[in-house]
Design a protein around this ligand. Structure first.
Ligand SMILES: *[C@@H]1O[C@H](CO)[C@@H](O)[C@H](O)[C@H]1NC(C)=O
Ligand SMILES: [Ca+2]
Length: 165
């Protein structure tokens, strides 16, 4: 029931945002910006979903409800920013998958992780047990700031990301 209410609230936010977008752009004189309540970094906007940890599919669904996606990290600077955002909260889910379970990861925008920036922890991705097709950013302990592949069914904090509009 609580999660249903949550989805309804998110949907209303998304609808409201779409409607206001044109008016906002006019007010800003065409200058790109993040919606109210989102955190800005470079040309990206981030939104931390409150308190819930979710499996990959559900996390992606929740971000998609807002018309956006899970974090796609293309630089050390973006990686450091996501770390700073979640450092005292917990590991966020990353917007990448290894569809074939072979340690070959791609971002949700279709680009190969190996072709851009990557920050795998030592020995990762290791597809441990042959079931690690998703990944998270470590925000504490030895692997801080580094990525680990893990099962998509694991619950992680959900941060949504969009480009400034
Ligand atoms: C492989 O990754 C898992 C976490 O996904 C970790 O617990 C395990 O220690 C790793 N194994 C090696 C050999 O690095
Ligand atoms: Ca792993």
């Amino acid at each position: 029931m609580k999660s249903l209410l949550f989805i309804v609230v998110l949907s209303l936010l998304a609808v409201g945002y779409a409607r206001d977008q044109e008016a906002e752009l006019a007010i800003r004189g065409g200058k790109k910006a993040c919606p109210e309540g989102w955190v800005e970094n470079g040309n990206q906007c981030y939104f931390i979903l409150p308190e819930t940890k979710e499996a990959f599919v559900r996390g992606l669904y929740l971000c998609n409800q807002l018309g956006v996606t899970l974090p796609i990290i293309k630089s050390a600077e973006e990686n450091a920013f996501l770390l700073s955002l979640m450092e005292r909260k917990g590991d966020p889910r990353l917007g990448m998958i290894a569809p074939n379970g072979d340690n070959v990861f791609e971002w949700l925008d279709g680009t190969a992780v190996a072709d851009t920036f990557s920050a795998w922890n030592t020995g990762e991705p290791n597809n441990s047990g042959g079931i690690e097709k998703c990944a998270q950013l470590h925000v504490s302990e030895s692997g801080k700031g580094k990525w680990n592949d893990a099962p998509c069914s694991n619950s992680r904090f959900i941060v949504c990301q969009m480009e400034k509009k």
